[in-house]
Design a protein around this ligand. Structure first.
Ligand code: IVH
Length: 695
């Protein structure tokens, strides 16, 4: 490939110009394909830009030689803008995992604790289904009056990518449903590639000099997410259906009845699915599926257990993003031996020092692993992990690879105990060990560059602002080059387009792409924003809890300021949020009362729009937004179920009665809370009245 033809355009003869234009055109086309279609660019953006510039210069000089569909027409340039987005009408959730029989038993017990039926009549059966957990990518197919109208990937669970055209080439996706046709049905399942087709595809890719895929899952994802549906059609993709989203004009009473519908409509249901009437049958099914695993022509990574009865599924509902009525029993992670070549220390966004082992690269379950987390100082001491050690490492699903144990017999003679640094390796501040904890934390705060870069990385990550094209490496570069010094600078980056384009490996195209994705994120939901701030202990679930409670950034900030006063109502209100413990409450108060953070938040409010949080069912429910307290013993439902249904209807459930309480539900033997409610004149309901209200 010649990208270095430097002959001056103005000195060229017509013949030379014609052949040069043709050469450049073919070359640019090839790079467009590599970049947009294969996700595998072979030259830097700067080189690409210089090719395009040369083409345009030539075209200008020899305008009569220009062709309509040449690179200057931008075909294959802007048309690859990425997929359209589809908002899921019902969120696509994930599953909680268990890794052992004990984990499974805990799961069963939690269901039985939730449903009152099991506290009184222990002889009642809890029917479940068990089926393989397919290692592919989840998809949601929408049918209206029996016709396929759209297909979306999971995305972040709320918004996915529109792959409608691509999905149509899958034999196992009916374009129109057979049998009784409901008005609306969204079918969910897993798209996968068989092990055989994966090997075939990689052989072909190799022969053509294209990139090969690490495992069937990546191959399936890469094949479905093709901008050109014709390419997807050449790949062998399959699908197992197992769940639903929105539906109208059809109903079923159990998971198994739904599977019968799936078969009638024309979908593939996994043949290993089994109805199980006891934990023992679940375990024997797990063992049977594990035994068959290597013989199956598709990858599976566990067994999914689901409560069969639909009315129970509904009552059990969800905890943050996962159903309470289903769980994935994951297969044990594959373990592989390798050597630690180095132990490095990484500084996290809250200052925690995390030791990371650099490894001799090894393939673990189809992924090349060259780093493993060593968690913290305590873990290194406990396992006596040293540089040069032979170790067993494992990788379970998306989890970061871990060191399981040191193979002591293979320890080199001269090895030394690892000495953990007592100062931050980046900013040099003291890094004291947190009392009663296994971690050291850098005390540098906002003056530590490593913490700033990590906060930036977190801020743009998928669950937060989800800024496509930002990448983790870029956070560091932008910071080093002074393009971004604080989180808000991200939204001022467009004023420094020149600075970006000048960076090595950057050019017009990638700058444009990044700035567009930043612009598209100027409006954000409150829960994502709270998560993005990177407050210690605030993961996605807690961010949602907080958003659910305070509803707007304004209310959150002012409540956190009020909560700084011990004994204030705001402080009590915060500690009453179920799921927010005292440490988290303290960290939240500290964060929002810090002057630098307050300045940052003021800045954000001028740069972006933080949408108020939408409470589920806020329109239809008479109790949405109300604060409810349950007290005493309930007879027909458990306290857990009562709380769950109240929250499902948009109410907040609190543990104590105050002037902010709207409603108190009085069970048997209610004590001081009922008395206080009566004193404050708060509306009270009996259990029966409550059930009537909810129903
Ligand atoms: S049921 C409401 N069944 O695993 C939850 N999920 O780790 C519905 N998956 O996002 C999920 N095989 O993409 C279900 N037999 C199966 C599955 C399965 C694979 C995927 C699914 C889900 C992920 C969670």
């Amino acid at each position: 490939m010649n990208t270095n033809n430097t002959a001056l355009v103005s000195n060229m003869k017509e013949d030379e110009a014609r052949s040069e234009l043709k050469r450049l055109s073919t070359e640019i086309d090839g790079h467009n394909k590599a970049y947009h279609q294969d996700d595998n660019p072979v030259i830097s953006d700067a080189e690409y830009d210089s090719l395009r510039r040369r083409y345009l210069d030539l075209e200008k000089e020899f305008s009569h030689l220009a062709t309509k569909d040449g690179p200057s027409s931008n075909v294959g340039y802007t048309s690859h803008a990425a997929f359209n987005k589809i908002q899921h009408t019902v969120p696509m959730l994930s599953l909680d995992n268990v890794f052992s029989v004990e984990g499974l038993n805990d799961f069963i017990s939690s269901i039985k604790r939730f449903l009152k039926e099991f506290s009184n009549h222990s002889s009642i059966e809890l029917e479940m289904v068990a089926e393989p957990k397919i290692d592919g990518l989840s998809i949601s197919l929408r049918y209206e009056t029996g016709l396929l109208v759209s297909a979306a990937t999971r995305g972040d669970g709320e918004v996915g990518e529109d792959v409608t055209e691509n999905i149509k080439s899958l034999k196992e996706v009916p374009l129109s449903l057979r049998g009784p046709v409901p008005k609306i049905i969204e079918i969910r399942g897993e798209v996968y590639m068989s092990k055989y087709d994966f090997l075939e595809l990689n052989n072909n890719q190799k022969a053509l000099g294209n990139k090969v895929f690490a495992n069937p899952r990546n191959a399936a994802a890469g094949s479905l997410r093709q901008l050109d549906p014709k390419i997807t059609a050449t790949r062998q993709l399959k699908m197992f259906a197992y769940a639903w989203g929105e539906f109208k004009g059809v109903s079923w009473e159990s998971q198994t009845e739904f599977y019968n519908y799936l078969k009638i409509w024309g979908f593939a249901v996994n043949p290993l699915m089994k109805k199980c009437n006891s934990p023992d049958t679940l375990i024997s099914t797990y063992k049977e599926i594990s035994r068959l695993r290597s013989e199956l022509d598709y990858d599976i990574d566990g067994v999914v257990y689901k409560v069969n009865r639909l009315d129970w599924q509904k009552r059990l509902g969800f905890v943050s993003r996962a159903p309470r009525w289903a769980v994935a029993h994951k297969f044990p992670a594959e373990q592989v031996e390798t050597i630690i070549t180095e132990i490095n220390i990484q500084v996290g966004r809250t200052g925690s020092l995390t030791p990371v082992a650099k490894l001799l690269p090894v393939n673990v379950g189809g992924v090349l692993v060259s780093n493993a987390t060593l968690h913290n100082e305590g873990e290194i001491q406990r396992k006596d992990i040293r540089k040069g050690d032979a170790v067993l490492i494992q990788r379970a699903g998306d989890v970061i690879p871990q060191v399981v144990k040191v193979i002591i017999e293979k320890r080199p003679k001269k090895s030394e105990t690892f000495r953990f640094p007592q100062v931050c390796p980046v900013c040099g501040s003291d890094a004291p060990r947190v009392e009663n904890e296994a971690i050291r934390r850098c005390s540098g705060g906002a003056s530590c560059n490593a913490q700033l870069v990590e906060r930036l990385r977190h801020f743009v990550s998928r669950g937060a602002f989800d800024i496509e094209g930002f990448g983790t490496r870029n956070a560091e570069i932008f910071f080093e080059k002074n393009l971004i010094l604080s989180l808000t600078d991200i939204f001022r980056l467009k004023n420094n387009r020149k600075g970006l384009e000048k960076l090595e490996g950057w050019g017009f195209k990638s700058t444009e792409k990044l700035l567009n994705s930043i612009e598209s994120r100027r409006i954000i939901t409150l829960d994502r924003f709270i998560f993005a701030l990177g407050i210690r202990g605030v993961g996605r679930a807690n961010a949602r809890l907080i958003a659910n409670h305070y509803l707007s950034i304004k209310a959150l900030r002012s409540s956190m300021n009020d909560a700084a006063i011990i004994g204030s109502e705001a402080r009590e209100d915060l500690s009453n949020i179920d799921g927010i413990g005292p440490n988290l409450a303290r960290d939240l108060i500290v964060f929002f009362n810090d002057t630098i953070n307050a300045q940052l938040l003021d800045d954000f409010e001028t740069l972006i729009t933080i949408n108020p949080h939408k409470v589920m069912n806020s329109i239809s429910s008479p109790i949405s937004g109300k604060t409810i307290v349950f007290t005493g013993t309930l007879n027909t439902i458990t306290r857990m179920e009562a709380k769950n249904s109240a929250e499902g209807l948009g109410a907040k459930v609190s543990g104590s009665v105050s002037s902010k309480t709207d409603l108190v539900i009085i069970g048997d033997n209610a004590g001081s809370k009922a008395k206080k409610a009566a004193e404050l004149g708060i509306k009270m309901l009996s259990e029966a009245e409550w059930i009537q209200l909810v129903e």
